[in-house]
Design a protein around this ligand. Structure first.
Ligand code: HEM
Length: 164
C-alpha cells in the first residue's frame, strides 16, 4: 500500500507550501461554519421571525445556489488538506485513502453528498419544503457529525517546542 518515500505523489514540492496549507485550512473551517450556521439561522431565527413569507418561500430563497458553492469549496479545500496531511508520508495516492485518516475523509465526502442532496431538494421540492424545519435539523446534525469527524483529523497546530 505504501511506496518509497522518494519520488511518490506525496513528495511533490507544492505540498510543502505552508501559506497554501494555512489558507486552505482557514477556508475549510470557515465554509464548514457556514454549512452548519445557515440551517441554524434559518431554522431558529429567520422562520420564527418571518411575518409574511411562508416557510417554503424562505427555504426556497436560502437553498438555491450557495449549497453548491459550499460543497465545491469544502470538497476542494478538504481534498487539499488531505493531500497536505499526507505530504512526505510515503503513502501511495490510493493507499492514503485506506488508512483511518483516509476512511474518515471518505466518510466526510459521503456526508457532504447527503447534505447537498437534502439542500438541493429543500430548494426545489415541495414535499421537502413542507417538512423544512425537520430537514434543517437533519442538515445541522449531519454537519455537526462531519465537524466532529473533522476535529479528529486536526493536524499540526501550534508547536509546544521552544524554537531555537
Ligand atoms: C461535510 C462537511 C464538512 C465539515 C463540517 C468539515 C469540517 C472540518 C473541521 C471543523 C475540520 C477541523 C479543522 C482543523 O481543526 O484544522 C476539518 C478538517 C479536515 N477536513 Fe473537513 N469538513 C467537511 C468536509 C470535508 C470533506 C468533503 C473533506 C475531503 C474532501 C474534508 C477533509 C478534511 C481534512 C483532511 C481535514 C484535516 C485538516 C488538517 O490537516 O488539519 N472535510 N473539517
Amino acid at each position: 500500500m505504501t511506496q518509497a518515500a522518494s519520488g511518490g505523489f506525496y513528495e511533490s514540492s507544492w505540498l510543502k507550501i505552508q501559506w497554501l496549507q494555512v489558507v486552505s485550512q482557514i477556508v475549510h473551517v470557515f465554509t464548514a461554519v457556514t454549512l452548519i450556521g445557515v440551517p441554524f439561522v434559518v431554522r431558529y431565527v429567520v422562520i420564527p421571525n418571518a411575518d409574511d413569507a411562508t416557510t417554503a418561500d424562505i427555504v426556497e430563497g436560502f437553498y438555491s445556489v450557495w449549497p453548491l458553492i459550499v460543497a465545491v469549496v469544502l470538497f476542494s479545500t478538504g481534498l487539499l488538506n488531505f493531500l497536505f496531511a499526507n505530504s512526505g508520508s510515503g503513502n501511495s495516492f490510493i493507499g492514503s485513502f485506506l488508512t483511518q485518516f483516509g476512511i474518515t475523509v471518505l466518510l466526510k465526502m459521503a456526508l457532504l453528498v447527503v447534505i447537498d442532496v437534502i439542500s438541493i431538494l429543500l430548494g426545489m421540492n415541495e414535499d421537502f419544503q413542507a417538512d423544512a424545519e425537520m430537514w434543517l435539523l437533519v442538515l445541522m446534525t449531519i454537519g455537526i457529525v462531519a465537524l466532529i469527524l473533522g476535529s479528529t483529523l486536526h493536524r499540526g497546530g501550534i508547536s509546544l517546542e521552544k524554537s531555537s
